[in-house]
Ligand binder design. Structure first.
Ligand code: NAP
Length: 282
């Protein structure tokens, strides 16, 4: 039987530390740490994410500034708002909730956020720093995965790590973090041949593809550490991951559940990055 990696418990522990850091910051500098959250339009999933982020900020004593723009917002209006937030000294981190409505140029909008306030860790400068192994603001989900490995005593050094998925927000930064931690890393994607064999060699298998229960026991090495980033719906509409938990849990040594695994860590690392950005601004 595998041991569960409890993302909820770790997130709660880290949020406790972040709360103390935010308080220390207030006492030291006489000001609050601030995160601006921009939501354009009314995508229901985005509304939930934004609400959760604002709530999480309140819980740890980070001041949130929420900006809700109508779906028909023009590019110049969005960029004008971002430019104002860049200049605003109360704001240490800027988050633009994605996806933006189709008529807006996501890349152009995000490129207005300077690396120092890019708490999502998406901008070219922060990604470049990560690729070069420098201290930087790191994308929240893969950063959260590294914290989980650390908490459970999994040292990637010398291990074979396989990352399934190569998105800019999860797969690629995940692979770079594991490489920086001295793992031997293979990145797989939809064109990869021999996926089953490659996955079955992994000591650490991180799955982020958005396909419900895709990874089955035959793709997992006995005793592997399995991290499931996926947030999918099964045939009954129930939340599940990219890993077929029922079949894999007997084989892995450590495994993340969905829900309660990687999910709670993502917002936690956003709070963490906001504290880092605020401290660096001093
Ligand atoms: P994405 O941008 O859609 O990327 C999916 C990646 O998976 C792509 O690289 C794609 O390959 C690859 N892929 C898709 N089908 C595949 C297959 N059959 N075999 C091998 N590779 C395949 O997704 P994402 O944004 O990285 O998100 C992935 C999952 O993580 C989703 O379920 C998402 O909801 C979840 N997620 C969770 C959190 C969290 O906080 N828990 C955060 C972010 C994302 P190509 O590049 O070749 O197309």
């Amino acid at each position: 039987m595998s041991q569960l990696i409890d993302g909820k418990a770790l997130a709660a522990k880290l949020r406790g530390q972040i709360r103390e850091q935010a308080q220390e910051y207030r006492q030291r500098y006489g000001e609050e740490i601030g995160l601006a959250v921009v939501l354009v339009g009314n995508d229901p999933a985005s509304e939930v994410y934004v609400r959760n982020k604002i709530k999480a900020c309140e819980e740890v004593g980070i001041r949130s500034y929420s900006y809700r723009l109508p779906a028909e917002t023009r590019q110049e209006q969005l960029e004008e708002l971002i430019d104002t937030l860049v200049e605003d000294r109360r704001v240490h981190g800027i988050l633009v909730q994605l996806p933006l409505p189709k008529h807006l140029d996501e890349r152009a909008a995000l490129s207005r956020i300077p690396a120092a306030k890019d708490v999502d860790g998406f901008c070219a400068e922060n990604v470049g720093n990560l690729a070069m192994g420098r201290e930087t603001l790191v994308a929240c989900t893969p950063h959260g995965v590294m914290k989980m490995l650390e908490e459970y005593g999994v040292d990637p050094k010398g291990k074979r790590a396989v990352v399934l998925g190569r998105s800019n927000i999860v797969g690629k930064p995940m692979a770079m973090l594991l490489l920086n931690a001295d793992a031997t890393v293979t990145v797989c994607h939809s064109k990869t041949q021999g996926l089953q064999e490659i996955c079955a060699q992994a000591d650490i298998l991180v799955v982020a593809i958005g396909r419900a229960k895709f990874v089955t026991a035959d793709m997992v090495k006995e005793g592997a550490v399995v991290i499931d980033v996926g947030m999918d719906r099964d045939e009954n509409g129930k939340l599940c991951g990219d890993v077929d938990f029922a079949s894999v849990q007997g084989k892995a040594s450590l495994i993340t559940p969905v829900p309660g695994g990687v999910g709670p860590m993502t917002i936690t690392m956003l709070l963490y990055n906001t504290v880092v950005a605020a401290r660096r601004s001093k």
